[in-house]
Structures are given as C-alpha cells and as structure tokens.
Design a protein around this ligand. Sequence first.
Ligand code: C5P
Length: 220
Amino acid sequence: MIVTIDGPAGAGKSSVARRLAARLGFRFLDTGAMYRAVAWAATRRAISWDDDHAIEDLAARLPLTFDGQRVLVGDQDVTESIRSPEVTAVTRHVADNVRARAHLVDLQRRLACGQDIVTEGRDQGTVAFPDAACKFFLTASPAERARRRQAELAARGQPVTLADVLAQQEQRDQRDQTRAVGALAPAPDARIVPTDGMTLDQVVDQLESLVRAYLPQAQP
Ligand code: C5P
C-alpha cells in the first residue's frame, strides 16, 4: 500500500511521514532527499548549473541509497550535508530539470514497488503515485511554517532570523508552485490536512486512523 504526503516546505511532512511510517510498520521515503543528494553531488563535482545534460546524467547514475534514517551516496553518509543551507539553495536546479525529475520519479517507483510505504515530497500524489491508496496534502500558514523551519535550523546549530526564513520560504513556495513538471499541488483525490496549532502527534493520529481504515485487516 502506498501513502503519499505532499505539501509546501515547513508543513511538517517529513516528521509526520517518518512517524506515521513507524507506527504503521511501513517504509518511509524522503523524496526531497533525492533532489538534495543530486544537488550535493553536482556541487562536489563542480558541475555547472547551466549544464542540464550533466545534471540529468548525474540523477540517472548517482548511487543513491537509503539505510534506515541515513541517506547514502555510494558508501558516503550525506544525511547531514544535504540539509545545509548551501545545498538547500541550489537544489532547485535539480528539481527544475525535467529529465532529472523523470529519473528520480523512476527511482521512487522502483523503491516503492511491492512495498508498504509512506512517501513524501511535492508530487507524490500527482506524478509519482497517481494511483496511491491514501493521499494527503499537509498545509500550514506561512508564519507557522517559518517558525517550525527556524526551530529546526536552530536545533541544527544554524540560527537564522524569522524574516530571512520567511523570505526564503516565499521564494521556494513560488518555485515549487510554478515548476513546469512536478509542481506543488494537491492531487484531486488528496485529503487536505491543515496543521496550524496541531502537535506532531495530533497530525499523525489523524493520518494514522485514516490510513488504517484502508488497511486490508480493517475491512469487513
Ligand atoms: O522537501 P525538501 O525541502 O527536502 O525538498 C528539497 C527540494 O526538492 C524542494 O525545494 C523541492 O523543490 C524539491 N522537491 C521536489 N519534488 C519532490 C520533493 C522535493 O521538487 N518530490
């Protein structure tokens, strides 16, 4: 069974998806980590952001694997490095590359094949898994999302002002929503879940009960 969770940056998708997957005993797929890992690798190889073909080629060939909570490129653990502000700033060059996206969506489908999985990103319910059994679209107000992001960065030792987070968030939202392929949008059959004022566990409780209603053993 495939559960998709899409939504804008800072809506809490990653934490919710991870915890929901753990509760259900499903695998968890962080698709943003894929775009980030390709961007990280492109930076390491000094690939020009104008070289669409080289970015596509890298997305097709990068030995990207997930080991529990860790993201690996070859045998190198890049879990932390792909979340740096430097990588965040350039990941759009990979996300905007239509052919690189096709390779990563293909990888997402291969990883999900035959699995019970919770997958999160921007286009999981629309492009990657249009036939998924359960689709959610998490939202929160811009101010709430920025506060969460600021707290997350502070916990990682990367203090930033709320005004800076808000400005960057606005730019990312704009790019995510206007991308030619894989744009951020709820699938027509996705359930919209506003999360303002809710704790992580409250959101997960809500999603868990909805997913459990779809599980075979819950059916009469
Ligand atoms: O979710 P996260 O912030 O880690 O995603 C990194 C970037 O990758 C986002 O800015 C988004 O534009 C892009 N992305 C995407 N499609 C996905 C997941 C992430 O375009 N399925």
